[in-house]
Design a protein around this ligand. Structure first.
Ligand code: HEC
Ligand code: HEC
Length: 209
């Protein structure tokens, strides 16, 4: 409890909003509601299919939480993992709380590269198809705010495979209100089958932003 107070003060300062309001609960406190699935340090948990979220850009984390809250992501009946995340996003009651947990996840937690769990990917073949991804996700998979494309290099390989399959099947990114998801859904067509997905993921695994 002794360290909680300065942290609260810091987070409150960092999250100071133009209207002067400060969040009641610090981002660190709020993050406790996330650790059961995303891990103590936001490193993710493959067993329950919760991805690493530590160090993802604040604009991306906030956009995804908003999508889950509004049912633009995670509401498709076949999106089992999304359906688990959706109620969590709705526990955050106000914009200040969302902002403070987003700030904590993005700026206080450091990205962790997980173990490689996807086998049989051919990184050389994947490098060729990654050429298509560069325009939005960057040469080193570092992401790009201008295109609203998140960094890929720090994402778990199993999670990327699951998401590429979801985009392709229209389980993610098909909602008409999901503008950036619609963009990525169109791009998933470039990857003709699961092997092509594994190959590009193997290449992304070699990138170091
Ligand atoms: C009950 C388990 C569970 C809890 C608790 C949980 N999440 Fe999630 N979260 C998931 C799962 C599973 C996914 C993956 C959804 C998918 O496959 O589309 C996810 C996805 C996400 C994503 C999207 C990541 C990306 O790369 O697009 C963000 C951001 C996120 N969670 C943030 C949070 C935050 C912040 C909290 C705490 C307030 C939280 N989650 C609590 C299970 C959980
Ligand atoms: C025209 C721009 C564009 C191109 C090209 C593109 N993407 Fe994306 N991608 C996006 C955007 C935007 C998102 C975020 C979607 C959202 O907001 O839900 C995204 C999301 C993703 C995600 C989900 C990340 C997460 O954290 O959940 C993966 C994986 C991904 N892209 C892989 C790829 C791969 C692999 C390629 C190349 C074959 C590619 N993308 C090409 C724009 C693009």
């Amino acid at each position: 409890m002794r360290i909680a107070l300065p942290l609260l003060a810091l987070t409150a300062l960092a999250c100071h909003r133009p209207d002067g309001a400060t969040p009641v609960i610090s981002g660190k406190e709020m993050f406790r509601a996330c650790t059961a699935c995303h891990g103590e340090h936001g490193e993710g948990n493959a067993t329950i299919q919760a991805p690493a979220i530590a160090g993802l850009p604040d604009w991306y984390v906030e956009s995804q939480i908003t999508k889950f809250r509004t049912g633009v992501r995670g509401a498709h009946p076949d999106d089992y993992e999304g359906l688990r995340m959706r109620p969590m996003s709705r526990q955050m009651m106000n914009p200040a709380e969302i902002h403070s947990v987003v700030h904590y996840v993005s700026h206080d937690l450091k990205p962790v590269k997980g173990a490689k769990l996807v086998k049989d990917g051919d990184a050389t073949a994947g490098a060729a198809s990654y050429a298509t991804c560069i325009a939005c996700h960057g040469v080193k998979g570092e992401g790009n705010l201008a295109t609203k494309a998140p960094p890929l290099a720090q994402l778990p390989d199993w999670y990327m495979l699951a998401q590429l399959q979801k985009f392709k099947k229209g389980i993610r990114g098909a909602n008409p209100n999901d503008v950036t998801g619609n963009t990525m859904r169109a791009m998933s067509a470039v990857l003709v089958d699961e092997q092509a997905m594994k190959n590009v993921i193997a290449h992304i695994g070699t990138l170091n932003p």
